[in-house]
Design a protein around this ligand. Structure first.
Ligand code: ZN
Length: 208
């Protein structure tokens, strides 16, 4: 495949997962939204930290345990300061920790929407006949690779599938049904577009 246009896609999820909680005020199961605020409770040397969630309908709160009965001396001062000041990056990291959330709440609603920042690697090649997409994920996403590619490139999922079957589209590292699985950090996708009539449109949609 000569003339590859190489592009890095930095992918950040947009909407944090929402735990589904039996809201005692609403009297039914409701989605709870992350408030972005921590609650830090110090009792002598013992520290508890929660991330506060609120019912989308009645504002009732639910506390997502981040640190429980931790010794103050075991917490890095910078981390404690970040927790106490509701550092947005730290709150975001915890809010997107779907594995930890699931361990506290049985059901969690996940959202596949992402923001994709596209950066060309190397010069633009007018003659490019293929794409190499390098995925960088800020954190785990539930967005399937074929949905990501279809949305960003303007190609149908069935066409992507057909291209993969003909080995015109290769996912590296290779896995079974990689296209149908969530996009993963460090994945590279190579697409041979030499015979595609809308090649230019696809390459420019990719950011090349
Ligand atoms: Zn409620």
């Amino acid at each position: 495949m000569s003339g590859l246009s190489r592009i890095r896609w930095a992918i950040a999820p947009k909407t944090a997962p929402r735990p589904l909680i039996n809201c005692n005020r609403c009297g039914t199961v409701k989605a709870y939204c992350c408030s972005g605020k921590f609650r830090v409770n110090a009792n002598g040397k013992r520290i508890d930290v929660w991330l506060i969630y609120r019912c989308i309908d009645c504002d009732n709160s639910w506390n997502f345990g981040i640190l429980e009965r931790c010794n103050r001396l075991d917490i890095e001062p910078a981390r404690l300061a970040a927790l106490e000041s509701n550092d947005p990056a730290l709150a975001r990291r915890h809010a997107f920790d779907v594995v930890a959330l699931r361990s506290r709440v049985g059901r969690v609603e996940e959202f596949p929407d992402v923001a994709v920042h596209k950066q060309r690697l190397g010069d633009t090649r007018e003659s490019a006949t293929g794409l190499e997409l390098q995925l960088r994920l800020e954190m785990l996403t539930s967005l399937r690779l074929d949905r990501l590619l279809a949305g960003e490139l303007g190609i149908s999922r069935s066409r992507l599938q057909a291209m993969e079957e003909r080995r015109l589209l290769v996912v590296d590292p290779e896995g079974t049904k990689a296209l149908r699985k969530p996009a993963r950090e460090g994945t590279t996708i190579r697409i041979d577009l030499i015979n595609e009539l809308d090649r230019q449109a696809i390459i420019s949609a990719a950011g090349g």
